[in-house]
Design a protein around this ligand. Structure first.
Ligand SMILES: [Zn+2]
Length: 166
């Protein structure tokens, strides 16, 4: 898998099916205002297969692996991934999935937090997004969301500290 253009943190290009996102030209077509944090409720390989399945109608820009913080990129940032369940928020956000389950905090490793925080910091830098909880939100906080991720075990204080230190 080739490395993509952004050098830090390293990301690995694993394209989603073109049936699972909307081609766009952000940030000209739409501003990028939010980072949406998700937990997959799947293993990394299973979620990867879902993104590759043209029937799935779901994708995310990135997914971070639990054990080592490996980052896969599935959709280009200029394109609109289908992750928030809300078209307006999809158009204006970068979606980052985290391998694990909302009720299994052992999946939320130091490696995952650090790698994801470096990624979110880089995204915030690229689009001028303030590194605050108003702009770095959980899927649960998207208006109309029927999902609860990242859940009560996701350590937001720790995450925001890492994002701001990155
Ligand atoms: Zn989600």
């Amino acid at each position: 898998m080739e490395e993509t253009e952004q050098s830090y943190p390293p990301t690995h290009w694993i394209p989603a099916s073109s049936a699972n996102f909307t081609v766009s030209g952000r940030p000209t077509a739409y501003p990028v205002d939010f980072v949406v944090i998700h937990v997959t409720q799947e293993t990394f390989p299973d979620a990867m297969r879902i993104f590759e399945d043209p029937q799935a109608k779901v994708s995310a820009h990135y997914m971070v692996a639990s054990a080592d913080g490996y980052i896969g990129q599935f959709v280009r940032e200029r394109d609109i991934a289908w992750h928030a369940g809300n078209w307006d928020y999809n158009t204006r956000s970068i979606g980052i999935e985290h391998e694990g389950w909302i009720d299994r905090p052992d999946y939320f490793t130091e490696e995952m937090y650090r790698s994801s925080a470096a990624l979110t910091a880089a995204v915030c830098e690229r689009y001028g997004i303030p590194r605050t909880r108003e702009r770095i939100i959980g899927h649960v906080e998207v208006p109309g969301s029927t999902h609860h991720d990242p859940g009560p075990y996701w350590d937001w204080d720790r995450y925001l500290r890492l994002v701001n230190a990155a």
